[in-house]
Design a protein around this ligand. Structure first.
Ligand code: SAM
Length: 250
């Protein structure tokens, strides 16, 4: 298992990057408004009532004795989340539906593939993906505090239906994390705003240079789907209201 490698990004640096990204796209006035909205959203989501609601999603954790709920995430991670993307775990039913759709369409030999969750939070998808006989499973999470919880979860997780045991959670920025040189199933639960997503896609495509191999993207809650649709390397092979699946290649 990877040790937690990165330092937590500073809130000021994250806010400055957020402003620069929005400014490059929409101008300084829109960037300032966007930043104020993100801070306001953080304040609204900090009320005891909102915080209590985040504890509602409890079944997976109860069944497996882990901690993957969005409740209990510290204020710093929530504020950084408003600037990158808020931590929220994937529902098990949605995850297994996406996997089934991929397997039905692409007929993969899953044992040749590495599953990588780009923005893996507390690691729930890593545990769910271990129901499938992947060669390896890797989570990439920007925030050290969330990655730390993911590592504790992985150490504790037990499930009779588990088929992959080579699971790790790394603390890193997905836009520079070295992807393994194997066939890949990349998972994204709306983890990036538009410009960071463009950087991550560029990184994925670069990683295929000189080592072409099958790569699929499961994009859950595909709010920025247009970014993939505009990119000639990404080909949509399935679409549902809650997710899209892409094959990456020329
Ligand atoms: C909506 S949560 C999804 C969590 C997990 N994938 C799941 O489905 O249960 C998105 C996660 O992406 C992380 N994230 C945002 N930007 C990132 C980046 N550049 N690199 C790695 N992780 C990032 C956030 O901290 C957050 O934990």
């Amino acid at each position: 298992m990877h040790a937690s490698a990165s330092k937590s990004p500073s809130v000021v640096a994250a806010a400055a990057q957020y402003w620069r990204d929005l400014c490059a796209r929409s101008g300084s006035r829109a960037a300032t408004t966007g930043l104020i909205q993100a801070i306001w959203s953080f304040v609204r989501n900090s009320t005891p009532e909102r915080q209590r609601r985040l504890y509602g999603d409890f079944d997976f954790d109860w069944e497996h004795r882990v901690n993957t709920m969005s409740g209990g995430v510290g204020w710093r991670e929530r504020l950084l989340g408003e600037l990158h993307s808020l931590y929220q775990p994937t529902e098990p039913a949605a995850f297994h539906e996406m996997m089934q759709t991929l397997l039905d369409i692409a007929h993969l030999d899953i044992s040749e593939f590495v599953f990588v969750d780009l923005g893996s939070g507390k690691g729930r998808t890593l545990m769910m993906a271990s129901d499938y006989p992947f060669q390896r499973i890797i989570g990439v999470e920007l925030l050290p505090a969330l990655n730390q919880v993911a590592q504790e979860n992985l150490a504790r997780y037990q499930n009779d239906s588990q088929k992959c045991f080579a699971i790790e959670s790394a603390c890193a920025d997905a836009s520079s994390f070295p992807l393994p040189p194997a066939p890949l199933v990349l998972y994204m639960f709306n983890p990036f705003p538009e410009l960071p997503l463009r950087r991550v896609l560029g990184h994925v495509v670069e990683g295929l240079d000189g080592n072409p191999r099958p790569v699929y993207v499961l994009y859950h809650n595909p709010v920025q789907e247009h970014v993939l649709a505009e990119n000639p390397h990404f080909h949509k092979i399935a679409q549902q209201p809650q997710y899209s699946i892409f094959r990456v290649g020329s």
